[in-house]
Design a protein around this ligand. Structure first.
Ligand code: TRP
Length: 340
């Protein structure tokens, strides 16, 4: 346990918990919309982050690929700036309390509540051949992740808000029956957060599950791939680099440019006055390549240093178990389980 993490706990900073699934592709949207904010939160909050690999098997995974994806997600988050000296960072499946509390919370979650989750409805429609019980109870596992650490705040995107709301309801319900046991978490809405959209259909969020690979950029895409994808980005026929209605493609590119350079959209409009979309798209591509370059370099080093990664995730899991076991024990005692 690092001194810095210990101090943060002693100072009673607010605690943040968030997690990301090891999907194999972390996109520019994940980075600008979520990860980069996590990195910034580390100084101000007592942060706990996890690679949510238990959640990932609600869809079928190829074992070898899955193992790689988990390690790569862990390495990539560190490459993006998650600092294991400042934050607790672990792999969910390494900490057995998650699955245990998830089972318990399943018994305090209603079938009707889970049936109303829009993500369940969407995913079960999409994977009609594998509508497994895990897909259905996924939100109880997410609630367990959050409640085990008594998180005050949970940064989540639009798509996870309903799950967070359910976590709050589960916590309140349990506390209502047994007295104060879990901290009821609030959502954390970042002050600035880029909402990166698809490069091919900017009315949709950038997502790696999009069949058209030109619609998303991965944090680990090679520079020429990134450039190619930006050059193919959908725009409009006005040929003016400015924010406007009906200009979803350009609005998105301006948003990305602004997020990576820190320039305002007015600065960007002024800079590209009289220039065509071709020039602008190239400039956005270059800016993104420069932003991602140090992350990619750091990732290449880390992924070749398995011993370092192992040391970090082992330490993380050990510490996470300590914290979470206390909460699990408390909940079990309240329910009436016989102490070991
Ligand atoms: N379900 C989240 C997602 O797919 C990942 C996740 C798992 C999570 N557990 C969490 C997010 C706890 C926030 C808090 O994006």
């Amino acid at each position: 346990m690092s001194e810095e993490i210990k101090n943060k706990q002693a100072e009673k900073k607010k605690r943040i918990f968030s997690a990301i699934q090891p999907s194999g592709t972390i996109t520019l949207g994940n980075y600008l919309g979520a990860l980069r904010n996590w990195v910034k939160l580390q100084d101000e909050y007592d942060c706990i982050f996890a690679v949510a690999d238990l959640h990932a098997i609600t869809v079928r995974q190829d074992p070898k690929q899955f193992r790689n994806n988990i390690l790569e997600a862990y390495a990539l988050l560190i490459a993006c700036g998650i600092d294991t000296e400042k934050s607790l960072f672990f792999i969910q499946s390494h900490v057995h309390t998650h699955a245990e509390l998830a089972w318990i919370l399943n018994c305090y979650t209603q079938f009707g509540e889970l049936s109303r989750m829009t993500q369940f409805k969407d995913k079960s429609a999409k994977h009609a051949d594998n509508v497994n019980a895990g897909l259905f109870t996924y939100p109880s596992l997410m609630a367990a992740d959050i409640l085990l650490y008594k998180a005050d705040l949970v940064p989540v995107g639009e798509d996870q808000k309903q799950h967070l709301e359910l976590s709050r309801n589960i916590a309140e319900r349990f506390n209502g029956v047994y007295g104060n046991t879990f901290t009821v978490p609030d959502g954390y809405i970042p002050k600035v957060g880029a909402r990166v959209r698809s490069l091919q259909d900017p009315t949709k969020k950038m997502s790696k599950s999009d069949e058209n690979a030109n619609s998303w950029v991965a944090v680990l895409d090679k520079p020429d791939t990134i450039m190619k994808k930006f050059k193919r980005a959908v725009t409009d026929s006005e040929a003016r680099v400015c924010v406007g209605e009906g200009k979803d493609g350009i609005n998105n590119l301006i948003g990305i440019m602004s997020a990576v350079t820190g320039k305002t959209s007015d600065d960007i409009t002024a800079e590209f006055e009289g220039k065509g979309y071709g020039d602008f798209k190239t400039a956005v591509g270059e800016a993104v390549i420069e932003e991602l370059r140090p992350i990619q370099e750091r990732f290449d080093q880390l992924i070749n240093d398995k011993a370092f990664l192992e040391e970090q995730y082992r330490k993380g899991a050990e510490f996470a178990l300590k914290i979470s076991q206390r909460t699990l024990d408390k909940a079990m005692k309240k329910i009436g389980y016989l102490a070991k």
